[in-house]
Design a protein around this ligand. Sequence first.
Ligand SMILES: [Zn+2]
Length: 245
Amino acid sequence: MRREVPPPWLEIVERNVPFYRMLSPEDRQELWGHMQVFLAEKQFEGCGGAEVTDEVRVTVAALACILLLHRKTDYYPLLSSIVIYPDEYVGERRRWDDAGVVTEGPEPRVGESWEQGTVVLSWKDVLLDAESWDDGFNVVFHEFAHQLDHEDGITDAEGFLPGFPEGSPWRDILEREYEKLLTDDEAGRWTLIDPYGAESPAEFFAVITETFFEMPVEMKRDHPELYGVLRHYYRQDPEAWVREG
Ligand SMILES: [Zn+2]
């Protein structure tokens, strides 16, 4: 954790990860500590011709570890490897309809998160999403939020947030906001939160994580209670980064 930061890594993060510049000096230092552990523990693997350079490793680590700041963490304990594709890739998709029919077929993807140890990412999208830090989309935040969910054994069917048991006020807010997104999505209304979150509670948690870090001003204004839940969960206040900017 206390290993010194190689100057080329610092340069990569300053160039690729605008969030880094918004963090306080103490948070930057904490982030580097987390990144050193993350980079020492996790294997990266290139696929489809992707080359795993220091730029790839350091950029992914910086974004993934932003989610860990200020929290007691075991560094994504279920995760062992990160598979990098150069660009969108084709993955297999399974979908169950109400009659229990499973439809499978290839579809283009930018990322995925497996409970058994793997995150898959399109490098092109990692970089684009990192640069556009205020559009509400970030594939690394999304997939690593799924990892946080997996680590407490939370599944699509029951889970919202690790550590928020049924009946807690936080949980009530999440359930209410999830229901609202479902209703708005079905009615075709525009939503600040990506309607993809209506797929399942797990996707809801992943997309609200993206909104929280990338559109905190709008989220705090339109969904103050939900913002409060995530502020409590992540122990961070991105709205203040923007405000104090
Ligand atoms: Zn997802």
